[in-house]
Design a protein around this ligand. Structure first.
Ligand SMILES: [Zn+2]
Ligand SMILES: [Zn+2]
Length: 56
């Protein structure tokens, strides 16, 4: 096991490309490879994901 998600504590196999922290499949944007914490801060740079999943 690679580690646990920094956001929710689930087993994680993804590494955020921006902050480098571990994130599970549910806490990372697969298209961009960044975690939701970074995605909600600055993910707007990727027009691909701006119209996608909305958390709140
Ligand atoms: Zn998670
Ligand atoms: Zn991140």
């Amino acid at each position: 096991m690679a580690g646990v998600c920094s956001l929710c504590g689930e087993p994680a196999m993804n590494t955020c490309k921006l902050c480098g922290r571990l994130a599970c499949d549910r806490c990372v944007e697969p298209r961009t490879g960044i975690c939701l914490a970074c995605f909600r801060k600055g993910g707007e740079a990727h027009p691909d994901v701006s119209g996608g999943r909305v958390l709140r």
